[in-house]
Design a protein around this ligand. Structure first.
Ligand code: AHR
Length: 528
């Protein structure tokens, strides 16, 4: 039987336990069957989305250096970082927060930069917020990246009028004073707003609301959010956190019945789920120098997130059986103890090989939930939490997570294919269990079959034998990301310590068998 759900997949996990002292590849290959003749839902490229917030050096320094900077830039956006991100084909970028969004007033960020007000960033270290990056700068960035724009509106401390006027400023054409003001500020054509979030974490930093209050506020507020019909964004409701599914329950239930009126004003519900190795926000754990128990407890978290997604889907299925509402996991990623010596509230953490595997395991879960899951945004893009890129003044380096996103590019807008794994070992450590091998498969937009594999075993290589149903396949090519330590990371001294390399193909052996090194992520292309 082919599987898509982690629960069923877990049931198929073999009984072999992790051999603590094992070296080399296990004796028997794990069997991976791909049903090329049973296409599933399309894996929306937005599942590979990004998130950037006015937080630490996520924007200022990491992306924005200003047009006068000695760091090469285009209209203020540093080009080493922008060009690196372009290679990821960033599909969508969420901005300006996060918690920052519910304290952000869009009028602070338009007009001549020298005259913009300086505010205090009350969520993130109490530092000065110069408002040098505002609406026009953000849209310049997404246009340079070729990404869709996802704005988070201020529901917590802003007014309905303020939000409505921002949308009019962004999207109106013709004689409107707000459109004229936009033109005076240098933008003749309306901006293309693809997604608009109504608040962020409204249960917490976005206003400490109850879902029943939020849903009424959402209905009231969105009544007044108007755009030209051909420029309407998809409106996203702010949802729950971790295992709390009550927001999805209340939102999907209370939208039902008025769906024909409000439906176009709610494309979906957001949810946030982070990975804390210690189990919750209060128990994060170090980003480096951890042991195998932390390795397993971290890497099993995507499975837990998959279970949360299943529960959210059940809520939505009950109230929206036609599947009109999407799930938007618009914040996910590893959240560790901050790097010692970094400013409070800047959320700086080292990014290691563990994070690359963590990202890949998230991608596999996202592919399994591609029917309802319409977007996922890693937190965050640059310098903050599980970042793609780290900067230090004029220097930049790519993280292991960057390389995972780069490897998985063929899955953007690919058609998912069912997979089945048989005979694989299970890692058991510190009371946590994790299948050693995880796999996903899809038919890429160019027609090629792609398979991704993760070997989470930190000590042992594993061979995987591919069996493709419904298509003749005789060759396998691919790249693998691995390193010599669980917490291996790139640094300015060794920027290429963790980077992909070609996966060795077996010489004279079975062409459909690959050997995955310990602690590795591989993406393969299958040919005839
Ligand atoms: O990504 C950091 C913070 O995490 C965001 O600002 C907030 O939405 C979440 O709690």
């Amino acid at each position: 039987m082919f599987t898509r759900t982690p629960q069923v997949r877990a049931a198929l996990v073999g009984v072999a336990l992790w051999a603590l002292c094992a070296q080399g590849a296990a004796a028997q290959p794990v069997q991976l069957t791909v049903a090329a003749d049973r296409p599933g839902p399309v894996i929306a490229r937005q599942l590979y989305g990004q998130f950037t917030e006015h937080l630490g050096q996520g924007v200022y320094g990491g992306l924005w250096v200003g047009p006068g900077s000695a760091i090469p830039n285009v209209r203020g956006w540093r080009q080493d970082v922008v060009q690196a991100l372009k290679r990821l084909q960033v599909p969508v970028l969420r901005w300006p927060g996060g918690c920052f969004a519910d304290e952000y007033h869009w009028r602070d960020g338009i007009g001549p930069r020298a005259r913009r007000p300086v505010r205090i960033n009350g969520n993130w270290g109490g530092v000065a917020e110069p408002n040098a990056v505002g609406t026009h700068e953000f849209f310049d960035l997404v246009e340079q990246l070729g990404a869709e724009a996802y704005l988070s509106g201020n529901l917590g401390s802003g007014s309905t009028q303020e939000m409505a006027e921002w949308l009019e400023y962004l999207t109106a054409d013709g004689p409107s004073s707000l459109a004229r003001e936009r033109r005076r500020n240098g933008r003749a054509q309306p901006f293309r707003v693809h997604y608009f979030g109504v608040g962020n974490e409204s249960w917490g930093c976005g206003g400490n609301m109850r879902p029943e209050h939020y849903v009424d506020l959402y209905r009231q507020t969105t009544t007044f959010l108007k755009t030209p019909a051909d420029r309407a964004p998809k409106f996203i409701a702010s949802g729950g956190f971790e295992q709390d599914t009550t927001w999805a329950e209340v939102l999907s239930r209370d939208i039902r019945g008025v769906f024909e009126d409000i439906g176009p004003k709610m494309a979906g519900i957001s949810h946030h789920a982070y990975t804390f190795p210690g189990g919750d926000f209060a128990h994060k754990g170090p980003a480096t120098g951890f042991g195998t128990a932390d390795w397993v407890s971290t890497l099993r978290n995507p499975q837990r997130i998959g279970q949360i997604l299943t529960q959210l889907e059940a809520k939505l299925d009950a109230h929206d059986p036609k599947g009109r509402l999407g799930l938007y996991l618009d914040e996910w990623g590893a959240w560790y103890d901050p790097e010692p010596g970094t400013p409070p509230g800047f959320l700086v953490q080292r990014n290691t090989l563990r994070d690359a595997l963590l990202a890949a395991l998230h991608f596999h879960v996202f592919h399994e939930h591609a029917q309802r899951l319409r977007m996922a945004n890693v937190a965050q893009m640059v310098n903050v939490l599980q970042a793609m890129v780290v900067t230090d003044g004029p220097r930049m380096l790519l993280t292991p997570t960057y390389h995972a996103f780069e490897l998985y590019k063929p899955f953007q807008d690919a058609t998912s294919l069912p997979t089945e794994l048989r005979g694989q070992p299970e890692l058991v450590e510190g009371g946590h269990r994790l299948p050693a091998i995880s796999a996903s498969a899809a038919r890429a937009r160019d027609g090629r079959l792609v398979v991704s594999l993760v070997n989470a075993d930190p000590r042992q290589a594993h061979r995987v034998r591919l069996d493709v149903r419904g298509e003749a396949v005789g060759t396998v090519q691919g790249r693998v990301l691995t390193a010599d330590a669980m917490d291996a990371h790139n640094s300015f001294a060794r920027p290429d310590r963790v980077q992909p390399r070609a996966l060795a193909t077996p010489a004279g052996g079975d062409p459909l068998q690959v050997e995955l090194p310990p602690m590795s992520v591989a993406v393969l292309t299958l040919g005839r």
